[in-house]
Design a binder for this molecule. Structure first.
Ligand code: CP
Ligand code: NVA
Length: 316
């Protein structure tokens, strides 16, 4: 069987997404009931991180241990991709020792180069362009809170960044509509937007917060300056004034709307303390589901669903 990767939503079919949500739900139940589920016994995951992380690092590492395997963390000073050796050579070496690789890096092309040269599956743990694992966890969280994804409107307020790109790519495959409100000059990547539209995604890109948020079932935001853009922080704080998720903005959405944030959050910038701590906010449910969804992704990549059909206990 050819190896599979998860570099962006193009690597997943609609059916596979549905099965990942079901498997993640089953694994979450097993974990909460403290029932062992060593589906990846003795497997080893290498985790390359060129940027900081709390959630992604801990959830992949803890997830692999819960599945009976082991994880090796490699920070920026150890590997030095492109400096000490090429991403291709790094991928080829790692493939001789481990079963799976996750990569958090700057450029999507570094990730793609590693996947092209690795003989084991490679997972995108965030790039400047995309963050599919986060959006898969977000979708599971929405299913838990809203019953199903069908017909939901997700409104994103803030920077047209990696989170927005992954939401637009996911919207091609999911029965949701997605609207983003961002200041002029901070719109999402046009190519990704056009491709997603061409593939059937229902997407709105606007400068009006009211237009994006009206009728929304979920109001989503993320930092104004992403990792790697720290020196632009002061400039961005000015540019994004008016794009904060506060009580006035939440009131534009449906009464029962949820508020979402991928975290880390900057209170007083993209979101107020009151909204982040408010009863509508589900940010920590999203963070929890990173663990369960990524466990399902790793099982899917290493065992395939077909193999799991003989293990009915896992989805029940
Ligand atoms: N949301 C998320 O990816 O968090 P970390 O940067 O802490 O991994
Ligand atoms: N847009 C943010 C997401 C962090 C999870 C960043 O790239 O820093």
């Amino acid at each position: 069987m050819n190896k599979r990767d998860l570099l962006n939503f193009r690597d997943l079919s609609r059916e596979e997404m549905v099965r990942i949500f079901a498997l993640a739900t089953g694994l979450k139940r097993k974990q909460r009931q403290e029932i062992p589920h060593p589906l990846l016994a003795r497997k080893c995951l290498a985790m390359i991180f060129e940027k900081p992380s709390l959630r992604t690092r801990v959830t992949f590492e803890a997830g692999m241990v819960q599945l009976g395997g082991h994880a090796v963390f490699l920070g920026p000073n150890e590997v030095q991709l492109g400096v000490r050796e090429t991403p291709a050579d790094c991928a080829r070496s790692l493939s001789r020792w481990v079963d799976l690789i996750t990569v958090r890096t700057f450029s999507q092309s570094t990730l793609e180069e590693m996947a092209a040269h690795a003989s084991v599956p490679v997972i995108n743990a965030l790039t400047d362009l995309s963050h599919p694992c986060q959006v898969l966890a977000d979708c599971l969280t929405l299913i838990e809170h809203k019953g199903e994804l069908k017909g939901l409107k997700v409104a994103f307020v803030g920077d047209g960044n990696n989170m927005v790109h992954s939401w637009m790519e996911a919207a091609e495959k999911l029965p949701i509509s997605f609207a983003v409100a961002c200041p002029k000059g901070y719109e999402p990547n046009r190519e990704i937007e056009e491709q997603a539209r061409k593939d059937g995604a229902r997407i709105t890109v606007t400068h009006s917060v009211e237009e994006a948020v009206t009728g929304a079932d979920a109001v989503y935001t993320d930092v104004w300056a992403s990792m790697g853009q720290e020196e632009e922080t002061a400039k961005r704080i000015k540019a994004f004034r008016g794009y904060q998720v506060n009580e006035r903005v939440v009131a534009m959405a449906k009464k029962d709307a949820v508020v979402m944030h991928c975290l880390p959050a900057h209170r007083g910038q993209e979101i107020t303390h009151e909204v982040l701590e408010g009863s509508q906010c589900i940010a920590f449910d999203q963070a929890e589901n990173r663990l369960h969804v990524q466990k399902a992704i790793m099982v899917w990549l290493l065992r395939s669903f077909k193999d799991l059909d003989d293990d009915p206990w896992i989805t029940t």
